[in-house]
Design a protein around this ligand. Sequence first.
Ligand SMILES: [Fe+2]
Ligand SMILES: [Fe+2]
Length: 221
Amino acid sequence: MAPAGSRFPRVQVLRERHSIIGVNNHSTPSLAGRLRSKLAEELPPRRLYHVLGVEGLAVHLAGQWGASAEKAMLAALLHDAAKTLPDSEQKALMMDSPVFTAGEEDLAHAQLWHGPAATSLAVQEYGIQDREVLEAVAYHTTGNPGVGTLGLVLYVADYLEPTRSFADVSELRREVLPLPPRRAALAVARRKLRHIANRGRKAHGRTIAMEQWLRDTLSAD
Ligand SMILES: [Fe+2]
Ligand SMILES: [Fe+2]
């Protein structure tokens, strides 16, 4: 049953604009089904196929790496839920995130706002309180030093899902997907940093810190 309204005005506006289903006291399978239906209504086809591709790969990796398949499914379905909203709404939702505090560098990288923004939608519109899921969603683009296995699942699945088509994606999948989680995430982090450098851009500090953390913890094993 959808709640009558939101105590967050911005979320209420979003609900009216996008007819988002309010879901509380749900089971994961029915919530995932509702999320899929809602995404199918709202996302452009290419983005929808990406999200469903992330879902499939995330569930697979969760099985390989000992994470919860249900949480992987929810995190994948939610991770880009705010991506098609205007920047101003993404920013407002990011500032309401229960698991993310935006620093100056975050405020300067609008392309990263949709992750933290989706955590506000997850809580307020879908009743999802699970911190592991919310943190995986918040940091899915940059990663975050110390991230747990679910976060690694989403980080890798988002980059290597089947509809990704960058030049060396097939080789990267073959190389990376059989690896254990931190080694797989390190390969993805390095590929992301290389891509950012090739485009002449400056990487976000958390992307750099993620690669460093993975390298340090793996060499300490
Ligand atoms: Fe994303
Ligand atoms: Fe994504």
